[in-house]
Ligand binder design. Structure first.
Ligand SMILES: NC(=O)C1=CN([C@@H]2O[C@H](COP(=O)(O)OP(=O)(O)OC[C@H]3O[C@@H](n4cnc5c(N)ncnc54)[C@H](O)[C@@H]3O)[C@@H](O)[C@H]2O)[C@@H](O)CC1
Ligand SMILES: [K+]
Length: 513
């Protein structure tokens, strides 16, 4: 499913209205019906107190449709028009006229905010049809006060298209925004849901079909980021030939580890093994061999010479890469003087196998990005925002302000594949962009990134293309975080739990393949 900005959504809708010939009022009718149906499904009790907040634009028009449909279904919602009816235009005015012609009850803002607050205080559900994609700037009076009133009460809040106050494109909340429990968005998910404040105000997101399919975006030649869904991840997952042997499923090489970071390469190697790699080799500095050997029963171990608890940059020889299908360098690597040259040498030994560069591996390539552009195979970088700041010379705040654009620009400029981690991970490649709506705070722990790296390496070794391996791994990793938090609490999830739960996710996914 594609993700859109305001102008893109408007262009698609304009095309649907002008070229396809489905009128705006019809779209509004479908949109309002879709939300009303959800509310009726959620609350079969017709006596439930519901307040509907209707704004001045087409988002308010949707609110009129919802109100009418709920009255027709036997509910008695308190519908509040929050602007002077003189200000209504277009399809919203059409809906207002239908509402009044039907002689359905309608409260006016003239009755005062105190009276509205009484309705809000006694409501079980509030429907926010105040502001949608058309918002510009900070929320103005009286909507700012009304939003604070809604957020101050405990009712279940349904946002229509988007929570009022959220910017559709940037995900920024300028002053206030509705904190929705559920957002029913129309046609396509909006970009702001996945950026900045978006994820914390949208609640559960559901995309409602309003007869404006995403395929219209293709017809208009729009290149849009795509949402990572289970279905997409299932397709991306490499196949498993039934009679394959360990060679069929590839050999992943993980290069990393140092005295302070012994666990990191182990997590990567174990994640690779537990997601299907045929063979995993762990290349570590010789100094940490005893600790690693004591904790590892799965991977083959290769030691390289070290100094002061790190690699010393030597010992990178051709046989290390024999029959290796994918390489991950960085987990637990740490920083050492020869780091830059070490990674350069690794890349020189490779033919065109995909290479993932993670953690301090990223630090060591920050001044050698052209080397990455020149590499014959796929280069996958997996920075968190801090590492992305190091790679780009920008601030973390800059990166977080528009993660999608930052990731896209970097991937195109250096012709690399990027997993920009964080709350709503972005995958950007020279060919396309994907946004991951899954994951939670349970993943925000040391070791979690090492697991992700291992999963990507594993899928690459099993023959997935770079973009597919990233999509499948990002999905499995994030969805496992969500699933594991249900079992072990958000506090208690460990990277090991992510690996274990990842197997449950894979079990479900292979059944759908
Ligand atoms: N265009 C279409 O074909 C469809 C649009 N739909 C609905 O239409 C919405 C977009 O409608 P509009 O473009 O009319 O925009 P909105 O209804 O989102 O908002 C525009 C109105 O809000 C006011 N406004 C803007 N910024 C404000 C601020 N900061 N503080 C207070 N008031 C502010 C404007 O004066 C204007 O009256 C979508 O979100 C969706 O809900 C749906 O009915 C489906 C079809
Ligand atoms: K809204």
């Amino acid at each position: 499913m594609k993700i859109v900005k305001r102008d893109e959504m408007l262009n698609i809708e304009r095309f649907a209205i002008e070229e396809i010939g489905i009128s705006g009022a019809v779209l509004m009718e479908i949109a309002g019906n879709q939300v009303a149906d959800e509310i009726i499904r959620s609350y079969p009790d017709r006596s439930l107190p519901i307040t509907i907040l209707v704004g001045s634009g087409n988002n308010g028009g949707d609110g009129f449709v919802i109100a009418r449909r709920l009255f027709d279904a036997g509910y008695n919602p308190a519908a509040w028009l929050l602007v002077d009816p003189e200000k209504l235009q277009g399809d919203a005015l059409v809906q207002y006229r239908i509402h009044t012609a039907r002689q359905l009850p309608l409260h006016s803002i003239e009755e005062g905010l105190a009276r509205l607050d009484e309705d809000l205080a006694s409501s079980e559900a509030v429907i926010d049809a105040m502001l949608g994609t058309g918002i510009s700037g900070a929320v103005r009076e009286p909507f700012n006060h009304i939003i604070e009133m809604v957020n101050g009460h405990g009712a279940h809040v349904f946002a229509v298209d988007l929570p009022s106050g959220l910017d559709c494109d940037t995900g920024r909340v300028e002053n206030v925004a509705i904190r929705a429990d559920e957002t029913f968005t129309f046609a396509l998910p909006k970009r702001g849901f996945f950026l900045q404040d978006g994820p914390s105000v949208i609640g559960r997101l559901e995309v409602k079909d309003i007869s404006v399919p995403g395929t219209l975006a293709d017809r208009l030649g729009m290149e849009l980021p795509e949402l990572i869904t289970e279905q997409l991840a299932v397709q991306a997952l490499p196949g498993r030939p039934q009679f394959g042997h360990k060679g069929t499923f590839g050999h992943a090489l993980v290069i990393g580890g140092s005295k302070p970071f012994v666990g990191a390469p182990l997590y990567s190697a174990h994640a690779a093994y537990n997601t299907g790699a045929g063979l995993v080799t762990l290349a570590i500095p010789e100094e940490i061999y005893p600790v690693i050997a004591g904790q590892n029963q799965l991977a083959l171990i290769r030691t390289l010479p070290g100094a002061e608890g790190h690699f010393n940059g030597e010992g990178v020889e051709a046989d290390l890469f024999e029959k290796v299908g994918a390489v991950a360098v960085g987990p637990g690597l740490g920083r050492f003087d020869a780091g830059e040259a070490f990674i350069e040498e690794i890349m020189e030994h490779l033919d065109d196998q995909p290479i993932i560069i993670d953690a301090d591996g990223l630090y060591h390539v920050k001044d050698r990005l052209e080397m990455l552009s020149r590499y014959r195979g796929a280069v996958i970088l997996t920075p968190h925002p801090g590492e992305m700041a190091t790679l780009t010379g920008r601030t973390v705040a800059d990166i977080e302000a528009d993660r999608i654009t930052v990731a896209e620009d970097f991937a195109r400029k250096y012709q690399v594949h990027l997993v920009l981690k964080g709350h709503r991970t972005i995958i950007a490649t020279p060919e396309g962009t994907w946004v991951n709506p899954h994951g939670n705070d349970a993943l925000a722990k040391g070791g979690s990134g090492d697991v992700l790296t291992g999963m990507i390496a594993s899928f690459l070794a099993q023959g997935a293309g770079a973009a597919e391996a990233m999509q499948a791994a990002v999905y499995v990793h994030a969805a496992s975080g969500e699933r594991a938090a249900q079992k072990y609490s958000h506090y208690g999830v460990t990277p090991g739990n992510i690996i274990e739960t990842g197997k449950e996710m894979l079990k479900e996914m292979e059944g759908k393949k």
